[in-house]
Each structure stands twice: as structure tokens, then as C-alpha cells.
Design a protein around this ligand. Structure first.
Ligand SMILES: Cc1cc2nc3c(=O)[nH]c(=O)nc-3n(C[C@H](O)[C@H](O)[C@H](O)COP(=O)(O)OP(=O)(O)OC[C@H]3O[C@@H](n4cnc5c(N)ncnc54)[C@H](O)[C@@H]3O)c2cc1C
Length: 455
């Protein structure tokens, strides 16, 4: 760990006003007390989302001095629930945070995929068997609660957290990397990690690309469970209703006291190239003809905020000099695999493990070796998730005859054929040789249908 004094040239960050409009709606945040050690950090992390904070915890646990700079004044999260599979609960356990997360979350007993038009169950997975198979549970949790777990851990470990500071530039220097902020100040460390999300400015150092618009939009809603109990819900399940151009997800949150729903649909206005797309009138139209359980759930969605869904094409290099991308900055997915935040947490854990492997007796870290190892293993894993997520989403949203073929294929699948999940829910690979084989896809045409086409 470096003790060299070298802090930001402007001692305290400016009081940054939160961005206007959508960005702050439905945001739960905590303003952290400003604490400046005055010492040079080993690692600077830009972005205090789940990726940035979990990485700060991992690297501090590995013995490093870490600073996090977040553009929002309060550290927090927007949105409602998230699913955390066993590849992530394993890491939470290693970080010593699983029990706290379990107290805040829910361990559902099953995952049920249903047809959104006729409500027929297509696939039922006993989630208790996930823990038997992988040693760690499948969990659902409010994203603010998971973010809070990392925030408290970071504070307890002495991570320097700076809110209301926007990074505007990154540069590799002779001895590390430098970030510059919108007030003209700057800071330096051995390494800078850019965990600055979908619209990462650091990513431009590696690739000249843009987010890819899926034309799908997500509505969320988390309400007290009493508001949903009469809707024919299954409080012990993650239920996913898949339908033509739409899907609807339901599960319990906060030890079962809340109920989370996500409604996702393809926007005709987006497809037509209109600016104002994904609006509530499109939500209502998209779910016309869906089953009673979905219809009853729709009035509980928040209508003042919606999430247009973008991903980016995978890139296979995330490191330039002493700057590394992490989380959505490196691999923003469509959310159909429910692995976006998990991939970010895995990224930070992998970095932490390689730091432990590459420290000499004096405590010096061979950063070139750490970043090379990170770049060798993570991009390929995340490429697989991103590409599978796109295909999985297409499969969920099929229309007409293809929908029936899809249902027929799902009918034939053994939900406990672990080939479909080992490659993602098993242990996180630290080196490419540990990355498991992927499953063999089943052709849609193999699904034989005998029913009339209904939707
Ligand atoms: C509808 C939906 C459902 C999802 N469900 C799941 C799920 O079930 N499971 C799952 O694992 N994932 C899920 N995801 C994906 C997951 O939410 C994201 O992949 C994850 O939150 C990314 O975390 P991050 O920290 O990399 O990025 P972000 O959460 O985007 O955080 C980036 C942070 O950087 C800050 N920042 C940005 N620019 C700057 C700057 N210039 N200077 C300083 N700070 C900056 C931002 O304010 C923000 O706090 C879902 C996503 C959606 C949209």
C-alpha cells in the first residue's frame, strides 16, 4: 500500500446538484460524511454504484487503500428488486456479507416461467436445489438494500467516499493513472477503475461505440405485500410471465414484506423512431390480452419513471495502461439473464483475488500482472452473458407459431439439467481455463406444436 501523500488538488468536492429529471426519481440514497485521509490511494474508483462499491470493499479487504468518487451527492440506487444467483451469493459469503444480505432479502423456493397469455407453467425450477448444486442460495433483494450492504462495509473498512464529484477525464501517467473532475481538480493512484455505468466516459479510451437501443422498456414497482396479496400471486416464487413482445416478473422483497414487479415490453414508438417512447399508454397497450395475474399486477407499476433498455456490443479488452473498466461500463447487458450487477460484483472480486496473488512480501502489487489476468478472464465470460441475454430475450418475446414452438421446447426441458446453468451459476473463473463449457442450444424448430395459434 502506498503512503505517499497526494490528494485532490481542491480539498473538498463541490456541492454537486443532483441531475434534473428522471435520474433522481425513485432513488434511495445516503449522503456520507466527507472524510479525506490526505493520502494517495492505491486505487481510485469512479462510480459508487453496486459495481464500484463492491469493488472498493473487495480491494480494501485485499489490503489496498481505496477512494471512490461518485457524481451524485448521495450514494444510492434507483429502482426496485434484483435477483442474485449463486455465483454472486458465493462471493458475498467470501466477503463476509452474505448473512446480512440474506436478512434483508428473500430466498424464494421456486422459479416459475409461465406463458403470459394463458398463464400455463412452462418451466418450474426448485430453487432449493440450486443451493444443493452450487453450495449457495438464489436470492432476491431490493437493490437499495444490496447497495447499502456494500456502502456500510466500505465505510467500516475505511474506504474514502466522495459524493457530488463528476469525473470528466482519465489519463495514464508514468506511475499510475489520473482522473480529473468537473471543478478542475484531479487525483492520482496506481490504478483507476472506471465503474461509471452504461454511459461511461472511460470506455471511449478503448472503443468508439454507442449504447444499442433494444426498443424495449421496463417499468418497475415495489409495493407493500398487502397491496398484491389478492392478485393470485405466489409469495414463495420468482414468476416470469413471457409473452409476445412483453414479459412480466414478480417476486417478494424485504423478508417478504414487499412485492416487486417488472413489466417489460417492446415500444412501437421506439421502433418508429419517435423520441418520446416507452410512455404509460404504451405499457397499457403492450399487455392487452395477457392473463388475469398479469392484468391484476399492472396497476401496481410505478408510472412516473421507466427504464429504456440499452446494452452495448461486447468488447474483449477493458484495460488501457493503468485504467480498467468494470461493471456496466465494460459490459452493460439487457437484463434477461439477471446477471448485470452480478457481473460487476464478480469483476471486483476477481480483481481482489488477483491482487492477493500478485503482492510481494513488501506489499507491493504487480499491477501489470493483475490487470492482465483480469482482462484475460472477464471479457469472455461477460461476452457470453451479453450474447445469451439477447437471445434469451428474443425467445421470451416470440409471437404466434414461434411462441408455441418455444413453449413446446420449454415443455421438454428438464429444469434440473444443470448444463443450462453451470456455466453461469457455478464458481466465478479466475483464469480462462476455469471458465466452464457453455450449454448446447436447442433449435426452436425442434418444438412440435399441436395447438391452434392464439397470439
Ligand atoms: C430492469 C432491470 C432489471 C435488472 N435486474 C437485474 C437482476 O435481477 N440482477 C442483476 O444482477 N442485474 C440486474 N440488472 C442490471 C444491473 O442493474 C446493472 O447491471 C448494475 O446495476 C450495474 O452496476 P454498475 O455499478 O456497473 O453501474 P451503475 O449502477 O450504472 O453505477 C454507475 C455509477 O457511476 C456514477 N457515475 C457515472 N458517471 C460518473 C462520473 N463521470 N463521475 C462520477 N460518477 C459517475 C453513477 O452516478 C452511478 O452511481 C437489471 C437492470 C435493469 C435495467
Amino acid at each position: 500500500m502506498s503512503n505517499e501523500a497526494n490528494s485532490r488538488t481542491a480539498a473538498t468536492p463541490p456541492a454537486g446538484a443532483p441531475p434534473a429529471g428522471d435520474e433522481t426519481a425513485r432513488r434511495e440514497g445516503t449522503e456520507v460524511a466527507e472524510f479525506t485521509s490526505g493520502q494517495r490511494a492505491d486505487v481510485i474508483i469512479i462510480g459508487g454504484g453496486i459495481g464500484g462499491l463492491s469493488t472498493a470493499v473487495n480491494l480494501t479487504q485485499a489490503g489496498l487503500r481505496v477512494k471512490v468518487y461518485e457524481r451524485q451527492r448521495a450514494f444510492g440506487e434507483v429502482g426496485a428488486g434484483m435477483q442474485i444467483a449463486s455465483n454472486c451469493t458465493r462471493i458475498l459469503d467470501q466477503m463476509g456479507l452474505l448473512e446480512e444480505a440474506k436478512r434483508l432479502g428473500v430466498l424464494p423456493e421456486r422459479m416459475v416461467m409461465r406463458d403470459a397469455l394463458d398463464a400455463r407453467a412452462l418451466l418450474t425450477l426448485d430453487l432449493r436445489k440450486v443451493e444443493e448444486r452450487y453450495g449457495y442460495p438464489y436470492m432476491v433483494i431490493h437493490r437499495s438494500d444490496l447497495h447499502g450492504v456494500f456502502l456500510r462495509a466500505a465505510q467500516a473498512l475505511g474506504v474514502e467516499l466522495h459524493g457530488g464529484v463528476r469525473c470528466v477525464d482519465y489519463a495514464t501517467t508514468a506511475v499510475g493513472a489520473r482522473v480529473t473532475f468537473d471543478d478542475g481538480s484531479s487525483d492520482e493512484a496506481d490504478v483507476v477503475i472506471a465503474a461509471d455505468g452504461l454511459h461511461s466516459i472511460a470506455r471511449k479510451l478503448l472503443v468508439d461505440d454507442e449504447p444499442v437501443n433494444s426498443a424495449y422498456v421496463a417499468y418497475r414497482g415495489a409495493v407493500p405485500i398487502d397491496q398484491a396479496r389478492d392478485n393470485g400471486i405466489d409469495e414463495q416464487a420468482v414468476q416470469v410471465y413471457i409473452g409476445p413482445g412483453c414479459h412480466f416478473v414478480q417476486y417478494g422483497l424485504r423478508a417478504g414484506e414487499m412485492f416487486n414487479q417488472v413489466a417489460v415490453f417492446e415500444s412501437p414508438k421506439a421502433l418508429a423512431g419517435e423520441e418520446d417512447w416507452g410512455t404509460p399508454d404504451e405499457l397499457d397497450a403492450a399487455f392487452t390480452g395477457t392473463c388475469a395475474a398479469v392484468q391484476k399486477g399492472l396497476p401496481l407499476m410505478w408510472r412516473d419513471r421507466w427504464w429504456r433498455m440499452f446494452d452495448r456490443n461486447p468488447i474483449m479488452t477493458w484495460v488501457t495502461g493503468r485504467i480498467a473498466l468494470l461493471g456496466d461500463a465494460a459490459h452493460p447487458p439487457l437484463q434477461y439473464m439477471a446477471q448485470g450487477a452480478i457481473m460487476a460484483i464478480e469483476d471486483g472480486w476477481v480483481l481482489g483475488q488477483h491482487v492477493r496473488r500478485q503482492r510481494d512480501a513488501s506489499g507491493a502489487v504487480d499491477w501489470d500482472a493483475v490487470l492482465t489476468a483480469y482482462d484475460a478472464v472477464r471479457p469472455e465470460h461477460c461476452r457470453r452473458i451479453l450474447q445469451t441475454g439477447r437471445v434469451w430475450g428474443e425467445l421470451w418475446h416470440l409471437h404466434n407459431e414461434e411462441r408455441l414452438q418455444r413453449n413446446a421446447v420449454l415443455d421438454t426441458i428438464d429444469p434440473h439439467d444443470w448444463a443450462f446453468t453451470d456455466w453461469v451459476w457455478g464458481p466465478t473463473a479466475l483464469v480462462p481455463e476455469e471458465e466452464p463449457e457453455m450449454f448446447v442450444p436447442i433449435p426452436l424448430a425442434s418444438g412440435r406444436t399441436a395447438q391452434p395459434v392464439a397470439g
